[in-house]
Design a protein around this ligand. Structure first.
Ligand SMILES: *[C@@H]1O[C@H](CO)[C@@H](O)[C@H](O)[C@H]1NC(C)=O
Ligand SMILES: *[C@@H]1O[C@H](CO)[C@@H](O)[C@H](O)[C@H]1NC(C)=O
Ligand SMILES: *[C@@H]1O[C@H](CO)[C@@H](O)[C@H](O)[C@H]1NC(C)=O
Ligand SMILES: [Fe+2]
Length: 459
């Protein structure tokens, strides 16, 4: 066991006394492990390249269309381009379909040059079906599998994992391990992937190591990507002025399928959920492409087919932590009324390295003249969840603001992940898991009732 890990385990902080709270919300006094753990070293087991010359590595998948009848497979070959073909089918002996991909490389700063990055879109898939797929050539062939999401419909159950701000520390590894035990079907990833930008010149080898680390999950189920500030990689000092360059080269999204013009905002419809992904770090003011897209997109949501309307955005609109306080405010002012009018069920954010869940709340009465700037509990409004607790190198955000606002239902500075298990058109079970507990232990839980089909229910 590495030294840092041993130290962290010895140094469990003593249980913090709970601070009394004037409102109904809970600030958990739960003891947590030491805040800062380093990134796992590059020779850690999770970063080991697969055996074989030029073996495909960093394999990951995401939807290739809006509903999952296509899947994009991405991978990197380190030495040369190699084969660009994915063979796929219903069993290992019947990989009857092939998809031809694209290959590209990029440079970053004065010294980094990526491996050969491949993306291939597997098409004509059936819903709710397990496929095997094979990539590579010669002695370095690798086989994986995934299950496509079920056909969209109002009562189709589906379980999402919710992970944000993951990074690549020992805590990140715990989060991924605990997530694996949750047996979910797909992840809504709420931004901030590798934290490679914490290294000099944003050492993009840490993008590669992150790709190898997460492969054990994301090669087998689609992750839906939201971009965070750590994907910006804007470093003019070393000539890197194209925002999101590593992310865009490595992590495609099916944005065109939902009429979007950029990978950073788009929607997918999986089972009974319509998921909208927004970008905190792209323009969203009135008349901008993202603003125009969201306006049109909300009009396209059909709750009779996909009752659950879930929005993912990196920078939170409601967050009672000092860390990044109010950074999401301008976007809230721009879009909150639309989401309340659309009766969105849930807004997921990350960015703040802590966990928080709100009651249904809105703050839409304010204009610059009337002074009504207090958020109010509002049954038409979404609940907000901050899930920026994946466990990255920057440590926990443990300075909550006091008193705890009325809208804040539960908050705790621990690392973990959550799941959203949609049962049918009216009920979804939401659960948060802290890493310090054993796998499958639930530390915060809520039943959400659907804002379209049960609009007056108080949950
Ligand atoms: C990461 O977690 C996996 C699964 O629990 C474990 O096998 C592996 O040894 C861990 N790696 C490190 C570096 O902690
Ligand atoms: C909740 O928001 C809706 C939509 O903006 C508004 O019509 C309603 O009055 C609000 N309810 C409360 C209790 O503020
Ligand atoms: C929806 O799921 C909830 C929770 O499992 C259950 O109580 C409810 O009866 C279900 N509704 C229908 C119409 O099946
Ligand atoms: Fe962030």
């Amino acid at each position: 066991m590495p030294m840092g890990r041993v130290l962290a385990m010895l140094l469990l902080l003593a249980a913090r006394a709970g601070v009394p709270c004037a409102t109904a919300g809970v600030t958990s006094p739960y003891r947590r492990s030491l805040q800062m753990l380093p990134d796992m070293p590059l020779d850690a087991d999770v970063f080991r390249p697969p055996p074989g010359f030029n073996a495909p590595e960093q394999v990951h998948i995401t939807l290739g269309d809006q509903t999952g009848r296509a899947m994009i497979v991405s991978w990197v070959t380190p030495e040369h381009a190699g084969s660009n073909v994915v063979r796929y089918g219903l069993s290992a002996h019947h990989l009857t379909f092939t998809a031809e991909g694209t290959v590209q490389r990029y440079t970053f700063g004065p010294s980094y040059k990526s491996g050969y990055i491949h993306h291939a879109t597997l098409t004509d898939l059936e819903y709710g079906t397990r496929y095997l797929y094979r990539i590579g050539f010669g002695y370095a062939v690798r086989t994986f599998s995934f299950k496509t999401p079920p056909k969209p419909g109002p009562d189709v159950p589906f379980k999402f994992g919710l992970i944000g701000d993951l990074g690549q520390t020992y805590h990140s590894n715990d989060t991924l391990t605990h997530y694996e035990a949750s047996n979910a079907d797909a992840v809504l990833f709420i931004g901030d992937l590798s934290y490679a930008d914490n290294y000099p010149q944003h050492d993009n080898n840490r993008w590669d190591s992150w790709g190898r680390f997460t492969e054990r999950v994301v090669a087998y189920q689609p992750w839906i990507w939201t971009t965070g500030n750590h994907e910006l990689d804007f470093v003019p000092e070393i000539g890197e002025t194209e925002p999101f360059k590593p992310f865009r080269n490595r992590y495609p999204t099916p944005f065109a399928a939902s009429g979007s013009t950029q990978p950073h905002w788009y929607s997918v419809r999986m089972a009974s959920a319509h998921v909208i992904v927004l970008s905190s770090y792209s323009a969203y003011g009135k008349y901008t492409p993202q603003w125009a897209w969201l306006k049109a997109e909300l009009a396209r949501v059909d709750r009779s087919v996909t009752p659950w309307l879930v929005v993912c955005v990196h920078s939170p609109w409601y967050n009672s932590n000092d860390y990044h306080y109010m950074e999401g405010e301008t976007m809230r002012v721009q879009f909150e009324q639309w989401l309340v009018d659309a009766r969105a069920d849930l807004v997921l954010a990350g960015h703040v390295h802590s966990y928080e869940r709100t009651h249904r709340v809105s703050n839409v009465a304010y204009d610059v003249a009337n002074g009504k700037a207090t958020p109010v509990l509002n049954g038409s409004a979404p609940a907000y969840v901050n899930i920026g607790d994946g466990g990255n190198i920057e440590g926990l955000a443990d300075k909550f603001r006091w008193p705890q606002p009325d809208y804040s239902a539960f908050r705790e500075a621990s690392f973990g992940h959550a799941t959203l298990e949609i049962m049918n058109r009216t009920h979804a079970l939401y659960q948060w898991h802290r890493n310090d507990d054993g796998v499958k232990v639930v530390a915060d839980e809520a039943w959400f009732t659907n804002r379209h089909f049960l609009p007056t229910d108080t949950n």
